[in-house]
Design a protein around this ligand. Structure first.
Ligand code: SF4
Length: 341
């Protein structure tokens, strides 16, 4: 496998929600790439559009939301009998969200795990039935084989006594066990991309550490890519090699994880990093909070949406013009007029 092979390319993605009160531009120009086997973090405050990005890729944006513009290209790689690989390009935005092709990709080649497993697990089916359903749908095996694979997957994600928990209902399991069950379900068809949307936010610290370790091990063992959606910069630092920062539906900065933490360029990224404690932080010094409040999504400020909160605001420029995405160096971009030259 060539590490630099693209798996997903997102360009100028726009997903809007058409509500009675007005239109919410949940994603308003997102650009990023994910390569095979790579862990990419998507970070930002609540409501910045990061979860809708995952839903847009899988075409599961809830009503009244819609992908209105942009490109989401998925690259599928298939091994031939002679050992060579062929690449197939799929335009996910062109697929019918209820059609057969996206259904075979969803849960098969691209899977998702959510913050709260109870919202995505069926309460009236056992863990085993739910994992087996995914296996039978995507891998065309009989029930006995699907059950064997479900138990094996549960064992792999560290579920205690998988031979018996396979017949447990979600409400009979703890939060950490349910999250392991959902990861087992998501990974049962060996996806090439796992979208993990705040998968550990609802868990206690010990279980969170176990689940993050598990995901890291599985990513390495299975060679899959992970898109890690979180508000937690600690999780980003631990889990990912590249990061995109989102603010009010836009990707405002993209860089490899070291560059982002040690040489952030966008004032929003700098403010985010200044608001968390760092190693060596003097406890007597107060952490900075980001000044101002997140703007009203129905009434976004003109120009750069961060300008009312920005310490580097340039009147007559930042509040007037749309900000393009500037390339600072290969692999590092920032949507900020400070880098216009
Ligand atoms: Fe601040 Fe202007 Fe850059 Fe926006 S474009 S982040 S307001 S300096």
């Amino acid at each position: 496998m060539n590490d630099n092979q693209l798996l997903l390319k997102v360009r100028d993605l726009k997903t809007y929600f058409f509500l009675e009160e007005g239109t919410v531009h949940a994603i308003d120009g997102a650009d990023f790439d994910i390569r095979r086997g790579e862990a990419v973090g998507v970070v930002g405050e609540s409501g910045c559009g990061k979860s809708v990005t995952g839903q847009s890729i899988l075409r599961i944006v809830p009503n009244p939301g819609e992908v209105v513009e942009g490109e989401i290209t998925f690259y599928r790689y298939e091994k031939r009998d002679d050992g060579t690989e062929v690449q197939e390009v799929v335009d996910l935005t062109a697929l019918d969200p209820r059609g057969d092709e996206i259904r075979s990709i969803r849960g098969g080649e691209i899977s998702m795990v959510f913050q709260e497993p109870m919202t995505s697990l069926s309460p009236v089916h056992t863990m085993g039935q739910q994992i087996m359903e995914a296996i039978i749908l995507h891998q065309k095996v009989d029930e006995d084989e699907a059950r064997r694979r479900a138990i094996e997957m549960l064992r792999r994600v560290g579920m205690p006594q998988p031979e018996s928990t396979v017949d447990s209902y979600p409400h009979q399991l703890s939060g950490g066990m349910r999250q392991r069950g959902m990861i087992a379900m998501a990974l049962s068809c060996s996806p090439s991309l796992l979208i993990a949307d705040e998968p550990t936010t609802a868990l206690d610290v010990t279980t969170e550490a176990q689940i993050l370790q598990l995901m890291r091990d599985l990513q390495q063992d299975l060679g899959m890519a992970i898109m890690f959606i979180t508000h937690d910069l600690g999780v980003i630092a631990e889990m990912t090699s590249r990061v995109v920062v989102m603010y009010m539906g836009k990707v405002v900065e993209g860089a490899d994880v070291d560059t982002l933490f040690y040489d952030p360029k966008h004032p929003y990224t700098r403010a985010l990093l200044n608001s968390i404690p760092r190693l060596g932080h003097d406890k007597s010094e107060r952490l900075e909070s980001i000044k101002g409040v997140v703007p009203d999504p129905y009434n976004l400020p003109p120009g750069c949406p961060f300008h009312p909160r920005c310490a580097s605001f340039m009147p007559g420029v930042c509040n007037v013009e749309e900000v393009p995405n500037f390339v600072i160096e290969p692999g590092h971009t920032a949507r900020c007029f400070l880098y216009a030259d």
